[in-house]
Write a new protein. Structure first.
Length: 460
């Protein structure tokens, strides 16, 4: 098929712009919201984040199976953008609502609202991701679509992260309590996300028609799909890497760097705060996304993924040795820029490679389990985030971090430094090892693409 319109690629990007705004707020600010504002202990928060995500190991594949068997005039996957846009926004607001209840009541509220949010997130995000498999037949064109997706995702993340603290302060300065201020900030973000999903639905279309096969054959094909197993573990690692660092940042700035730290460049001075650090990262992620297409076309997706993992391991390990000084703050920001460019390169590759895995399954077994395969990517994203977010809080508890304490111990600071450096570095090296044995090379994918063209010509 001919190359897709630019407007359709932009529209597809709007979908993950919405999802990513919520996802980054959940990953980076929800832990500190629960521990410092909502009023849960570190241990209770960690358990909550892990237990609720176990449901995703069931709900994500279920949603993939349902989406694969959906038939509407709008297609298989696209209608879910319309059906779930409003519930998505509402559940986000409930998640950041602090009820006037006792400790037990608040814990129940947290579990129910978090499980509900992740279920709705699955209901819209799994079909959205699966759309990539039916918007084009071309493997390189899928990388382009995936790059637009991640470019807009990081743009949305930048908007959400950079504006989050100012929005909270705006509502607090207007007389709201700190709990209501956080809820007000989420209302603003939620309305924006609702409109983005509607735009995504309006601007996209499913071009590749696929017929659902039997559930038994789909599951059998998936279990025997070695590239799927490897890519799912690699995707899990990418989210472990991102969330371990991201979930640490709010604590790192509050308890180690300090909330009034400044970077002095000689000719200018500016506040060095968590939102700036994360926001700069999102902009640099966008640079990495743009670079992913030409680099992967030249080197292949697998090689690009592996080399980027090496760079992430080296840069992350350096972070441990950076001092908490003006010069150190500058180095931290530079490392964040380089690390974020690298993670920006990896992000679109993961989703494009899932589309390749779906094509591999179709060519090998005749399976049309696009939704089921993409649901594993969403599952890896959420489960990786859950493990990382919970692990960070358990590590902080083990190293003696005390929420809202004015002074933290040297041990607590060491725990934060490890989760910003050596722990993510180890995860990055695991990503490299997986890519060394991943079998879908550039040459192999060209062979699969040619085979699928022959199959679909015959079916036509």
């Amino acid at each position: 098929m001919a190359a897709s319109k630019l407007s359709e690629k932009i529209g597809y990007g709007f979908g993950d712009m919405a999802s990513s705004m919520f996802w980054k707020i959940f990953s980076y600010y929800l832990p500190i919201f629960y521990s410092d504002i909502f009023g849960l202990s570190l241990g209770a928060t960690a358990t909550l984040m892990l237990v609720t995500r176990i449901w995703d190991t069931v709900s994500d594949p279920m949603m993939g199976i349902i989406a694969d068997r959906t038939q509407t005039r709008w297609g298989k996957y696209r209608p879910y953008l319309l059906w779930f846009a409003a519930p998505f926004a509402l559940c986000g607001i409930l998640l950041f609502t602090t009820p006037d209840m006792g400790e037990t009541g608040k814990l129940v509220w947290a579990y129910v609202s978090y499980i509900l949010m992740m279920t709705v997130y699955t209901g819209i995000n799994v079909p959205y991701g699966s759309m990539l498999g039916v918007m084009t037949n071309d493997s390189d064109e899928k990388t382009v679509f995936s790059s637009f997706r991640m470019f807009f995702a990081y743009a949305g993340s930048f908007i959400a992260l950079f504006s989050w603290e100012p929005l909270c302060k705006l509502f607090a300065n207007a007389g709201s309590s700190v709990q209501d201020a956080w809820q007000g900030a989420m209302i603003v973000i939620a309305v924006f996300c609702f409109l983005l999903f509607l735009a995504c639905f309006r601007m996209t279309k499913e071009h590749v028609k696929v017929q659902a096969t039997s559930l038994g054959s789909d599951l059998s094909s998936l279990v025997r799909n070695a590239p799927w197993w490897l890519l799912t573990v690699a995707a899990l690692c990418t989210n472990l890497f991102n969330t371990v660092r991201g979930a640490t940042v709010a604590y790192y700035f509050k308890y180690y760097i300090g909330e009034q730290a400044h970077i002095d460049l000689g000719f200018a001075s500016f506040l060095f705060f968590a939102g700036l650090f994360l926001g700069v990262g999102e902009v640099c992620n966008m640079i990495g996304v743009v670079a992913a297409v030409p680099i992967s076309r030249r080197l292949g997706k697998r090689t690009t993924f592996a080399l980027t993992g090496v760079a992430l391991a080296v840069l992350s390990s350096i972070f441990f040795y950076v001092p908490c000084t003006n010069g150190g703050f500058i180095v931290m920001l530079l490392l964040q820029i380089l690390i974020s460019i690298c993670t920006g390169i990896v992000s679109p590759l993961v989703w494009s490679m899932y589309a390749d895995v779906a094509d591999y399954a179709t060519a090998k077994d005749g399976s049309s389990s696009t939704g089921l395969i993409f649901s594993s990517g969403s599952m890896a994203q959420k489960f990786g985030g859950a493990i990382a977010g919970s692990a960070v809080l358990w590590i902080f508890a083990a190293f003696g971090l005390v929420p809202n304490a004015v002074q933290q111990t040297d041990s607590a600071i060491l725990g934060m430094k490890l989760t910003m450096s050596w722990i993510p570095a180890g995860v990055a090296l695991l990503m490299v090892g997986i890519m060394m044995v991943y079998p879908l090379t550039k040459t192999r994918m060209q062979e699969i693409s040619n085979r699928l063209k022959d199959i679909r010509k015959t079916e036509a």
